[in-house]
Design a binder for this molecule. Structure first.
Ligand SMILES: Nc1ncnc2c1ncn2[C@@H]1O[C@H](COP(=O)(O)OP(=O)(O)OP(=O)(O)O)[C@@H](O)[C@H]1O
Length: 335
């Protein structure tokens, strides 16, 4: 059996925040009598990840994803629980540990703004103590994978958002980390560049067997890259498992897509299920999961069909349904 590379046990991270009362009087009172409260950003989560896995880390805004990644990469000290990465404790931030991991945050940049990206790469070479031969080898690999050649010597401030993100990724990977924490790496990018970055992550994982934890608000990133997802909400784990299984468990219906040889009206289809779309020759229906096969058979015998397919509903829909509900108590059978 594979050995877990990342082990998180009952992790907690609370932020102590100053509770300030409203108004001038409140401000004065707060000066004399400071009151604090704890924000439970991460409240007892447990999971383990094996070497080479690419895991989607999902949750609505404020769920605790970034906080967890910061603890895993050693930027924050946990309030409670245990984290072990490659048998090391992240918060000790030993030079060896820092060479094994990287944290990329789509919303923050590490590139030196007024200089070309190659200059930041050189800084990272020094920081990570990478020998010239290794540096050149890794750099040329990244240049090839990310098509960086025309960008390397351009001032960072003159790069487009997507070009900058590609350079950010290269800067973060020059020391060839084995564990990648990617926090919204495609945020704000256009669809073509999102696809490019996604392909790169898949290629990096395949080539080097790197372990990846990825957060993204774009479900397309997650469906393209991750078979497994870990979901948290309000700092607590709500699901850990197969992404497809989540859809099967959560969606009480399937989607029937039909193409008609002889056009029919919307109301003629309503006896088979909930009609989501109908333009006469093409239609999409939602049918209770258990009745899907029978409904498809009835459609075939009743109407003049050219084609019928039974599909799972889109993952995006299920995830937003899951997080659309408040309070997000653990779903029965989900934990
Ligand atoms: N430095 C901080 N001080 C106090 N509270 C914080 C701090 N950083 C985050 N929080 C709070 O902790 C909770 C979790 O925040 P976190 O950024 O980890 O969530 P997230 O899942 O990454 O959200 P998003 O998807 O919006 O980036 C939120 O309630 C947030 O307001």
């Amino acid at each position: 059996m594979a050995v877990p590379q990342i082990e998180v046990e009952n992790l907690q991270k609370f932020y102590r925040v100053h509770h300030k009362e409203e108004g001038l009087l409140g401000s004065v009172r707060s000066l004399v009598n400071r009151r604090y409260r704890d924000v439970k950003a991460v409240d007892g989560i447990t999971f383990s990840i094996e070497s080479g896995e690419v895991v989607g880390f999902l949750g609505p805004n404020g769920a605790g994803k970034t906080t967890t990644l910061k603890v895993l990469s050693g930027l924050l000290y946990p309030t409670g629980g245990r984290v072990s990465i490659l048998n090391g404790r992240p918060h000790e931030r030993t030079p060896w540990f820092l060479k094994q991991i990287t944290l990329v945050m789509g919303q923050k940049n590490q590139l030196l703004w007024d200089l070309p990206a190659i200059e930041t790469f050189r800084v990272n070479q020094a920081v990570y103590d990478i020998e010239e031969g290794d540096f050149q080898a890794v750099l040329s690999e990244l240049v090839e994978l990310l098509e960086l050649e025309p960008l390397l010597r351009k001032q960072v401030r003159k790069l487009s958002l997507g070009e900058r993100m590609k350079c950010e990724l290269a800067a973060a990977l020059l020391h060839r980390p084995r564990v990648l924490f990617l926090d919204e790496p495609t945020i704000g990018l256009d669809v073509t560049m999102q696809v490019r970055i996604r392909e790169f992550i898949a290629e990096y994982n395949a080539r080097f067997g790197a372990t990846v934890i990825l957060t993204s608000h774009y479900m397309a990133d997650v469906t393209a890259l991750c078979r497994r997802v870990i979901m948290i909400d309000l700092g607590r784990l709500v699901y850990d498992g197969d992404l497809r299984l989540l859809v099967e468990r959560m969606a009480p219906y399937k989607v029937l897509k039909i193409v008609l040889r002889t056009p029919c009206r919307r109301d003629e289809l309503e006896v088979f299920g909930e009609v989501r779309h109908c333009n006469g020759v093409k239609a999409v229906l939602r049918v209770p999961r258990k009745e899907a096969a029978e409904a498809a058979a009835r459609l075939l015998t009743t109407l003049d069909l050219d084609d019928v397919t039974i599909e799972e509903p889109p993952v995006e829909e299920i995830v937003s349904q899951l997080f659309g509900r408040r309070p997000p108590a653990t779903e029965p059978g989900l934990e």
